[in-house]
Design a protein around this ligand. Structure first.
Ligand code: MN
Length: 386
């Protein structure tokens, strides 16, 4: 029986994780659930899974949840917490085995580091954590003997392709990308696209933040850096290939020119389950690929002039790790502004560009405090200008 702490339980990855837990009751139990502010769904989840600890990051939401659960919380020993302190508290609990890091954004850094220091394995969906603090988390995981299992579909594919292979023989990671809803469009075609246009992803059903990141290809930029950290490769050895059908979830090219790929329908259940079982296979009832109805698989070069998300990410990485935080923090804010209707789609790139003009005196390998300071400074700079 594996006891789980799930951060981001009301999001897309979190809810699918709980569906797997429900199907495999003999293998998993839930010690703690955490989310940002979704009281309705969290109440449902708590009543169903009866975790001992619940965190809603938002204080008012936590109070509301406490009221709603008053009929069951005392009799079931359910403790309701809030804020970063609450997240850190549940990440440091003794009586669990794996942290599912499925929250969105840099909010995940501190709880994830806390779990690593407590010696817990991590099922990692929260890519922003590795993008900004990979140089801290990866060595720390080694030091504390912690395994990090990727949940991101591309990275799960790469992880599967690397199984039983000699990692010294890896030549290149071939990271596939669907291209998102705006594939094939040029810069001028994107001037007036709406939020709904950006949320209309052709293949994947995901949360809003990542869906917008997919439309801008910032998501793929984040994933290039994520791959660099997870698989210990040079960033130049991660190549992005646009593959609009999203059937190949990524590939690894070896030095003898063999290429291994992992294929599947676009469904996060497999990568989540594969991570929960520490990289071992279990049956999956869902649909299977029908090769005869696929007919063809396409591969294209990314259009870096229109979709600047990948280049901006790689350039920021090459400037020093502190700039991956600038890149990511600026994108998190720009993404939110776009959702709020405060900026147009293409301004996402302008805001990231603008933030990258800021100079930071920190050394190229910033400490955790410095990372969090940079995030604050970028936030202050952008909110004063846009
Ligand atoms: Mn992905």
């Amino acid at each position: 029986m594996k006891n789980l702490v799930i951060l981001g339980s009301t999001g897309s990855i979190g809810t699918q994780t709980l569906e797997i837990v429900k199907d495999k009751k003999e293998d998993f139990s839930v010690l703690a659930l955490a989310a940002y502010s979704n009281v309705d769904l969290m109440e449902k989840q708590v009543r169903e899974f009866l975790p001992k600890f619940v965190v809603l990051y938002d204080k008012d939401a936590a109070k509301e949840l406490e009221m709603r659960l008053s009929d069951i919380s005392a009799s079931n020993n359910i403790m309701i917490l809030t804020g970063m302190d609450g997240l850190i508290h549940i990440a440091s609990l003794k009586e669990y085995d794996m942290l599912v890091a499925a929250m969105v954004g840099m909010i995940g850094i501190l709880p994830t580091i806390t779990a690593v220091k407590a010696g817990k394995d991590i099922a990692l969906a929260n890519k922003e954590t590795l993008v900004t603090a990979g140089h801290i988390i990866i060595p720390l995981a080694k030091e504390y003997n912690v395994n990090i299992y990727p949940v991101d579909s591309e990275h799960s594919a790469i992880f599967q392709c690397l199984k039983a292979q000699n990692s010294a023989m890896v030549d290149k990671i071939l990271l596939t990308a669907s291209g998102g809803p705006f594939l094939g469009r040029k810069y001028d075609d994107l001037k007036d696209v709406s939020l709904n246009d950006a949320l209309n992803h052709p293949n994947w059903s995901m949360g809003k933040k990542i869906t917008i990141d997919s439309a801008s290809l910032v998501n793929k930029g984040l994933e290039v850096i994520e791959a660099k950290w997870l698989f210990n490769v040079d960033i130049d050895d991660v190549e992005v290939i646009i593959h609009p059908q999203s059937i190949i979830h990524s590939m690894v090219q070896f030095k003898d020119n063999a290429v291994l790929a992992q294929l599947g329908l676009p469904d996060m259940k497999l990568p989540i389950q594969y991570a929960l079982y520490e990289g071992s296979r279990r049956p999956m009832p869902e649909r299977k690929i029908d090769f005869f109805s696929l007919s063809k698989l396409d591969f294209l070069k990314p259009d870096h002039d229109t979709f600047r998300g990948i280049k901006l990410a790689v350039d920021s990485y090459n400037r020093g790790y502190v700039y991956t935080t600038v890149f990511n923090a600026a994108n998190e804010i720009a993404n939110r502004y776009f959702q709020e209707g405060r900026i147009k789609f293409l301004q996402i790139y302008d805001i990231i560009d603008d933030a990258l003009t800021l100079d930071f005196d920190y050394c190229s390998t910033p400490t955790l405090d410095e990372i969090l300071n940079v995030e604050k400074e970028v936030d202050g700079y952008i909110s004063s200008k846009y």
